[in-house]
Design a protein around this ligand. Structure first.
Ligand SMILES: [Mg+2]
Length: 412
C-alpha cells in the first residue's frame, strides 16, 4: 500500500457564545463580521492510499500556517508505505530541521499526518487505534468542562461533569471561591492562569497560596511555561499540583518540564505535540517521573479529541481530558459519529482506526477567514502603539496592576 495523496480541510470554528471560556479569553471583541471567532480554526488532514483506505488527522499550532506546512511535506510522503509511521515521522522531521526544527507549526503538521497514519493502520488491521497502542487500560475517559460563573459550573455539575476549570487572573480567587461554594466539595476544580508573559513567580506564588484552601486538582500555567526557573520556585512554594505543556511540542519540548519535575501534570496538545507517536513517548517519559497526562484541547476540534481518547485509553497515567462541553453547535455538524458525554466521561471509541470521519460538506460551510485576533488578545488587549504602553516593561506592569493588584489592595 502506498500513499497517493494528502488533502487538507480548513475551517473557521466559533467559540461557544455564552460560554465562560469565551468570556475569560475576552473573545467577544475578536469576532469578525461572520459572527464567528476570529481566532479559532480547525485543520483536518486526510491521507489517501492506492488501496482506497483513507486516514484522518487534525493539526493545531496556528492552523492556517500549518496547512501550508502539510502541503510542503506531502511530496515527501506520497509514494511511501503508510504503515511505516515512525519512519515517516523521522523523515518529515529531518526535512524541516533546516527551518529551525519544529516549533508548534511544524509539529502541528506532523501531528495531523501522524494521526492519519495511525488511523490508516487501524483500518487496515480492522482494529481501533488504542489496540495498536497497547490495548485498553480503561473503558471511558473523564473530562472537565469550563466555567467562570457559579451558574455555568452548577449547570455542568447537574449534567454529571464532575471536574471544572476556570481561568484568567482578574478576580481569580473570588471566582474560585464562588464556584467552589456553588458546586460543593465533590467536584474537581482547576485553575488556568494562561501563563501571561507579565506574571512573575512571586505574584503566581501569592495567587497559588491563596488558592490552596480550595483543593484544586491542578494549577495550570501560573507563569509563562518557558520560565522554568519561575516554575521551579512555584513548585517549591505552592502546595497545588502544577500543570503546563500546552504550548510545547515533541519530546524535546516537554523534556525540561518532565525531567526537572516542574509539573505534576503534563498537557500536550493533541494537535501540535507531534502526533500520537510523540504523545505515547511523552506519556512514558512522564510516567517515569510519576507525572500524569491531561491533554490540552482548548480550541481544538473533534478529530483531535478522538485521537486523545485512543491515547488516554492506552496509557496508564492519563488524568483527565479537557473539553468544551457546551461547544459551538457546528462542532457536531462536521464529524460523524458525534461523541456524547455520559456521567462526566467520554466512551473509548470502538470502530477501526480513530473511528471518526469528517463531513466534508459541513466543513466547507465554514471557510476560514482569520486566525489571529486583530482587536486584542488576553495579554495584549491593553496594547496601545505610540503610548507609554508600547514599552514592554510598562505594558507588562500595566497588565499586572489591572488584573492582579486591585484584589491585593495594591496601587491602581
Ligand atoms: Mg491552558
Amino acid at each position: 500500500m502506498r500513499i497517493k495523496d494528502i488533502k487538507t480541510f480548513l475551517m473557521q470554528a466559533q467559540f461557544p457564545p455564552e460560554d465562560a471560556y469565551a468570556t475569560s479569553h475576552r473573545l467577544d471583541a475578536t469576532k469578525g463580521q461572520s459572527g464567528r471567532s476570529a481566532t479559532r480554526n480547525w485543520l483536518f488532514v486526510k491521507i489517501y492510499t492506492d488501496a482506497g483506505i483513507t486516514g484522518l488527522g487534525e493539526c493545531s499550532g496556528w492552523p492556517r500556517v500549518v496547512e501550508c506546512a502539510v502541503h510542503d511535506l506531502a511530496p515527501l510522503l506520497i509514494g511511501e508505505d503508510p504503515g511505516n509511521i515512525e519512519r515517516l515521522w523521522q523523515k518529515s522531521f529531518s526535512a524541516i530541521m533546516a527551518h529551525g526544527m519544529t516549533g508548534v507549526v511544524g509539529a502541528g503538521a506532523l501531528s495531523g499526518i501522524d494521526m492519519a497514519l495511525w488511523d490508516i493502520k487501524g483500518k487496515v488491521l480492522g482494529t481501533p487505534v488504542w489496540n495498536l497502542l497497547g490495548g485498553k487500560v480503561r473503558e471511558r475517559i473523564k473530562v472537565y468542562g469550563h466555567a467562570s460563573t457559579p451558574a455555568v459550573a452548577r449547570s455542568l455539575r447537574d449534567r454529571g461533569i464532575t471536574a471544572i476549570k476556570t481561568g484568567g487572573v482578574a478576580d481569580i480567587i473570588e471566582k474560585v471561591d464562588r464556584i467552589r461554594r456553588a458546586v460543593g466539595d465533590n467536584v474537581d476544580l482547576m485553575v488556568d492562569l494562561h501563563g501571561p508573559p507579565w506574571m512573575t513567580a512571586k505574584d503566581a506564588i501569592i495567587i497559588g497560596r491563596r488558592l490552596e484552601p480550595y483543593d484544586l486538582l491542578f494549577f495550570e500555567d501560573p507563569v509563562a511555561p518557558e520560565n522554568f526557573e519561575a516554575l521551579e520556585r512555584i513548585q517549591q512554594h505552592v502546595n497545588i499540583p502544577i500543570a503546563a505543556g500546552e504550548r510545547f511540542a515533541t519530546i524535546w519540548g516537554m523534556r525540561a518540564l518532565i525531567e526537572r519535575e516542574l509539573v505534576d501534570v503534563i498537557q500536550p496538545d493533541t494537535g501540535r505535540a507531534g502526533g500520537l507517536s510523540q504523545m505515547m513517548k511523552i506519556a512514558a517519559m512522564a510516567e517515569a517521573h510519576h507525572i500524569t497526562v491531561a491533554p490540552h484541547s482548548g480550541s481544538l476540534g473533534p478529530v483531535a479529541e478522538y485521537a486523545a481518547l485512543h491515547l488516554m485509553a492506552a496509557i496508564p497515567n492519563a488524568l483527565i481530558l479537557e473539553r468544551l462541553e457546551d461547544d459551538w453547535p457546528g462542532r457536531d455538524e462536521v464529524i460523524e459519529p458525534v461523541p456524547k458525554t455520559v456521567d462526566g466521561h467520554l466512551p473509548v471509541p470502538d470502530r477501526p482506526g480513530l473511528g471518526v470521519d469528517i463531513v466534508e460538506d459541513a466543513v466547507a460551510r465554514y471557510p476560514s477567514t482569520s486566525n489571529l485576533s486583530v482587536a486584542g488578545s488576553p495579554t495584549t488587549g491593553a496594547y496601545a502603539a505610540g503610548t507609554f504602553d508600547e514599552q514592554v516593561y510598562f505594558q507588562t506592569r500595566f497588565c499586572r496592576r489591572k488584573d492582579f493588584s486591585p484584589k491585593l489592595g495594591g496601587d491602581q
